[in-house]
Design a protein around this ligand. Structure first.
Ligand SMILES: Cc1cc2nc3c(=O)[nH]c(=O)nc-3n(C[C@H](O)[C@H](O)[C@H](O)COP(=O)(O)O)c2cc1C
Length: 190
């Protein structure tokens, strides 16, 4: 029997910026899913590799590619969006950029519109993917997401391994909690 008095979980959908099966950032997302606090359900979006590159000609009502329609529905039903991503050539990987493009349309009513959004990640270089994370935040903002101000976590694995140093993983967990605790600006205005 389900507990009818419990409030529904806050659903956080993760957009992964790496397609590698053995991705370090995937492992971070999976551990966040495993260790999410009570009342928080973390779900990792699938199918990003199968999304076609965004093309307005493919994006016509009733003819949207199934992968894109599914992603829009998945994100649309979520309460929060967390991008977990490395950096490629000084910016976000194309797979994440493409997902944001699909989620930014239809213009003004895309699945990211008003959605609390944060970006975290780790890379084995000095700045931990900072440019990727800055760019993803800017892109999500332009796509209409409610990007959580000051939530920045670009971890360099040159400094410490996320999985060997409990205090480092604790920072990722704290970022997830900050995203969940963020009050959407629509609520603030209400
Ligand atoms: C095409 C490519 C470009 C990269 N460019 C950067 C970069 O600009 N900055 C950075 O910190 N790491 C860069 N890297 C290294 C990635 O951050 C590293 O491979 C990381 O582990 C990938 O994340 P993943 O383990 O989640 O797949 C690059 C890797 C590739 C394959």
């Amino acid at each position: 029997m389900t507990d009818q008095t419990a409030s529904p979980a806050t659903r956080v959908v993760v957009l992964l910026g790496s397609l590698r099966a053995d991705s370090y950032n995937r492992r971070i997302a999976e551990r966040l899913r495993a260790e999410a606090p009570d009342g928080v359900a973390v779900d990792i979006a699938t199918g990003l590799a199968d999304l076609p590159f965004y093309n307005e000609e493919l994006d016509s009502e009733g003819h949207v590619p199934t992968t894109a329609a599914r992603l829009r529905e998945h994100v649309g039903l979520a309460d929060r969006v967390l991008a977990v991503t490395p950096e490629y050539n000084g910016t976000m990987p194309a797979v994440l950029n493409n997902a944001i493009d699909w989620l930014s349309r239809p213009y003004g009513v895309g699945a990211l519109k008003g959605k609390p959004f944060a970006v975290v990640g780790a890379t084995p270089t000095r700045f931990g993917g900072k440019w990727s994370h800055d760019d993803a935040r800017r892109s999500a903002t332009i796509a209409g997401a409610d990007v959580v101000p000051d939530l920045v976590l670009s971890h360099s694995t040159l400094d410490a391994d996320v999985f060997e140093e409990p205090e480092v993983f604790a920072k990722f967990l704290a970022a997830l909690v900050a995203l969940v605790d963020h009050r959407p600006s629509a609520d603030v205005a209400a």
